[in-house]
Each structure stands twice: as C-alpha cells, then as structure tokens.
Ligand binder design. Structure first.
Ligand SMILES: Cc1cc2nc3c(=O)[nH]c(=O)nc-3n(C[C@H](O)[C@H](O)[C@H](O)COP(=O)(O)OP(=O)(O)OC[C@H]3O[C@@H](n4cnc5c(N)ncnc54)[C@H](O)[C@@H]3O)c2cc1C
Length: 461
C-alpha cells in the first residue's frame, strides 16, 4: 500500500538555470533527484512515506531559510519543512515541491546564568539534552532521544518532566521565525505576541522557526526505569497505574505500555520518572515497586539524558508506522478492558500501545493560554503500530483503526497534533481554532505552509 495523504499536482517546470541560481544563493546544499544523496535526504522516520520533492534545500542558516522560502513563493512551489523527520504522518516531505531541510542546523548556546538556551531546529532531543545537561540544567522535551526538538516543541511536547515543569511549549520564551513573506521576526510575549501564542501548539502553520529560546531547570539525576509485569495481569496493573498516576506528585510522571517482549511474550510495563531529590524519590517509588511483584524492576538513578534513551529501541526509525491517538477523559475500567482485549489480538509484535500521563504543571495552564488546547486530558492513548513488510500494511492499519474506534467513547474528541495522522484540524486545535485562523490570515494568508495539520486561512477564500 502506498500511503500518501498528499495529492500529486502537476510538477511546476524548473529549468537548470533557475535551480543553479538557487544553489548559488544557498550556504548549504541543494539536493536534486539526480544527486546520489537524494533518496537518503527524502527518507524520514516512517518507511511508509515515499514522496519525491523537486528539490531539497538543506539550509545552513537563517539566511538560507529566507532564500528557500522566497524561492518557493516566487515559483509557486509547495513547501514542506523538515527538522528531525519524525512526524509520523510525514508532512515534512512533499511531492513535487521544495523540501526545506533544517537537519544540519544544530547550533546551541546555553546561558546558565539566565537559565535559557537558544537552540536551532536540526537538533535531536538527545543532542539538545546533552548540551544543556553539562550545566546541570535541562528543558522539558519528549521521551525518545532521536525525535526532533523543533516539531515536538511546536506541537506541545509531552515528556518525563511535564508534571514538574510543564510541556515543551510552556518553556518556550522566544523564537526566531521566517514568515511566508520572507521576513525574519522575533516572537515572544512582547514581540508579535499573537504569533508567539500560535507557535505554542499551532505546529508548522505560521512560519519556519530557526531558533528556539527555551527555559532551563536544574535537573541532572532522575530516578527512572521500567517495571515489567506478565500480560495476564494487565487488568490489575493498569488499574494500579491509574491510581498512582492520579495521586502522583508533580515530580513523578508515569507512562504505561503494552508490548511484546523479545521472547515473544506480551507484557505490560509501568515507566516512572522522578525528577526531585533521589532520597524522596526512593521513598515515593517504594510502594509502587512493591506492587506485584514485577517480573523485572529496572528502576535506578540515572542522568536525565539516559532516561530519554530508555525507549529508543522500542520505537526505532526505518519501520512502517501507522499511529492513532485518543485523549482519554479518564482511564475507566471499561477503557482498560477494551484496550487489553484489543491488544491480545495485536497484528505485529513490534506494535506498542502507550498510555501517557499529563499532569501537574502541564495541566495548570489554561486551554486558551497557548495554542495547544488539550490541558484537560490526564492520559493519551497512543497506538503505535509498527511492522516491516508492506504486505502487512492493511492488517496493521485496520487493527489500529479498530482500537481507535473502540476507545473513542472514552476520549475527549481532541487530537494531539504531534501524534495525529489523519485527524481533522478542528480536533487538533479545538477551542483555539478560530483564533488560529485569524493569526494564519495575518502571517500566511496564501497558505504557503500547508503540509501539516493545516489551519486553512480564510483571508483569500
Ligand atoms: C519515535 C518517536 C517518539 C516520539 N515521542 C514523543 C514524545 O515523547 N512526546 C511528544 O510530545 N511527541 C513525541 N513524538 C511525536 C513528535 O513530537 C512529532 O513526531 C514531531 O513532529 C517530531 O518533530 P520532528 O522535528 O522530528 O519532525 P519533522 O517531521 O521534521 O516535522 C514535523 C512537522 O513539524 C513542522 N516543523 C518541523 N520543524 C519546523 C520548524 N523548524 N519550523 C516550523 N515548522 C516545523 C512541520 O510542519 C513538519 O512537517 C514522537 C515521535 C516519534 C516518531
């Protein structure tokens, strides 16, 4: 199955002289279909995505981004924006357009005195965390080290520290943005505050962010790891998980996962991360570790950067992926039983069903304070279907959609834009949608940035 949400328009003609002029204007590289590295450059995390841009502008700096945006606008080319390439729907690569590739822009400056960092969009989470952790400081991001900082931050950014320090967007204090008309703006609470509001959850709709200014917090060692239980006990484990997650102090964020172990047996896991003092963490986690007992208790003190690599091998790059997500109103008994029943019939042993945990500081922000509206859901149910044989596409997609449909009665109806595949913009942006349309009209009335969960402007309608 070729899975592409993008219709192929007829490709605009770009002759060699035009492309040579673009190449000459870039400090970075212009990669064309005839170049040997073209196929590697258009490849993204999800092997289901197979799109061929007309050209890939691998930008070296903000000036290159301006050049690429102006070129695409001038020639009427579709634009896609790539940072870490982990958006599972593959919006970052377009057919027959210009892919603006920021993956080489990995600069980072840490100001330990002001506790802020200025980070470029090509950084992966692992690179970003290691650079700030040297100062005993980190900013909340996600849970897998290979994920791109840029896409994750612009969508919201759920991760191990959200209970104590909020989502990634709650720590964004400023951004350098190249807008659709080629201007370079600085957005913050004081400058272009409407744009700044929209960037915090509006995903890639408003411009290309070339620098993220993020707040840092003093975290180095955390107490984390995984507790693993046999699958037949999944019902009681998930009910226990629900209780401990509901009572968790801000320092403790806990995910649960249903997956297949390398020996072929299904298991259920609880993954805690405690970011307060280690002594207190040992005390808080003791009754959790005593439950069971688990098949394995892998909890130990570790650097925060290590915590962010623990699940790397569970969700690797290069497989075929189809993901759905439901934001749960609560993890009711019926929801738990429905999830477990469906997981017993999982198609691929690589598939993971994850229950994330959004609480504390992340929930104390009003739904309209940033563009990300889903502050009310305590858990997201993330259905991460993974397999390698294209012959199994249909069976895996069908299984995922069935689980999504079966658990919809327990959900808010909203969708987290960073884990959305084919969800509607109204579900992703909810109560903030109309305000986002107004801001889109102001900054991108011609919808240059439309390869995303798109907020369609009405200015030119
Ligand atoms: C293995 C894995 C683990 C994940 N774990 C988490 C997690 O723990 N928490 C969480 O919240 N999410 C998580 N996600 C989801 C993740 O946040 C999104 O996939 C996100 O889009 C990844 O960003 P990226 O830069 O790698 O992606 P890309 O595919 O490069 O970008 C995704 C989209 O973001 C926009 N975009 C990217 N860069 C820019 C930019 N500089 N300026 C403007 N727009 C831009 C574009 O619209 C682009 O299509 C995970 C995803 C994967 C694949």
């Amino acid at each position: 199955m070729v899975f592409s949400q993008q219709k192929r328009a007829s490709a605009p003609a770009l002759d060699d002289d035009i492309l040579s002029a673009l190449r000459a204007g870039l400090h970075g590289a212009l990669i064309l279909p005839r170049d040997p590295d073209f196929d590697a450059a258009r490849q993204v995390f999800n092997a289901m995505i197979d799109r061929r841009p007309l050209a890939i502008a691998r930008c070296a700096d903000t000036t290159d981004v301006v050049t690429a945006v102006n070129f695409a606008r001038h020639h009427g080319l579709p634009v896609s924006v790539r940072s870490g390439g982990h958006g599972v729907a593959g919006h970052c690569v377009c057919h027959d357009g210009l892919m603006i590739d920021l993956s080489s822009m990995k600069g980072i400056v840490v100001d330990p005195d002001r506790r802020v960092t200025f980070a470029q969009p090509g950084l992966r989470l692992g690179e970003f965390i290691l650079a700030t952790e040297r100062y005993g400081l980190v900013s909340p991001t996600g849970t897998v080290s290979d994920t791109g900082l840029a896409g994750l931050t612009l969508g919201a950014g759920y991760g191990w520290l959200n209970g104590k320090y909020g989502l990634a967007i709650d720590n964004l204090v400023g951004a350098e943005v190249v807008t659709a008309d080629g201007r370079v703006l600085h957005a913050s609470a004081d400058e272009h505050p409407d744009l700044f509001w929209a960037l915090r959850g509006g995903s890639g709709n408003f411009g290309i962010v070339t620098s993220f200014e993020l707040r840092l917090h003093p975290v180095s060692q955390v107490l984390g790891g995984m507790l693993i239980y046999p699958f037949p006990r999944a019902g009681e484990v998930l009910r226990f998980y629900r209780e401990i997650a509901a009572a968790a102090p801000d320092e403790l964020t806990l995910y649960a996962a249903l997956l297949t172990a390398p020996d072929g047996n299904q298991v259920v896991g609880i993954v805690p991360c405690w970011c307060g003092s280690l002594e207190e963490g040992e005390r808080v986690l003791a009754p959790i570790r005593a439950f069971g007992p688990p098949l394995a208790d892998l909890i130990q003190p570790m650097p925060y950067s290590t915590m962010n690599t623990l699940t790397d091998e569970v969700i690797p790059s290069g497989f075929r992926h189809y993901w759905k997500q439901n934001l749960l109103r609560e993890l009711s008994d019926d929801a738990i039983d429905t999830i477990i029943d469906h997981v017993t019939r999982v198609v691929s042993p690589r598939t993971v069903v994850l229950i994330d945990h959004v609480h504390g500081a992340a929930r104390r922000v009003a739904p309209t304070a940033t563009a990300f509206p889903h502050r009310d859901a305590p858990h997201g149910l993330v259905m991460l279907s993974m397999w390698d044989d294209p012959a199994n596409d249909e069976a895996n997609i069908h299984w995922t959609r069935e689980l999504a449909a079966a658990t919809r009665p327990f959900a808010t109806g909203g969708a987290y834009v960073n884990e959305a595949w084919d969800e509607k913009p109204g579900a992703a942006f909810g109560v903030n949608y109309e305000r986002l349309v107004t801001i889109k009209n102001r900054y991108d009335p011609a919808n240059l940035f439309r390869h995303n969960t798109n907020i369609a402007p009405t200015a030119n309608a």
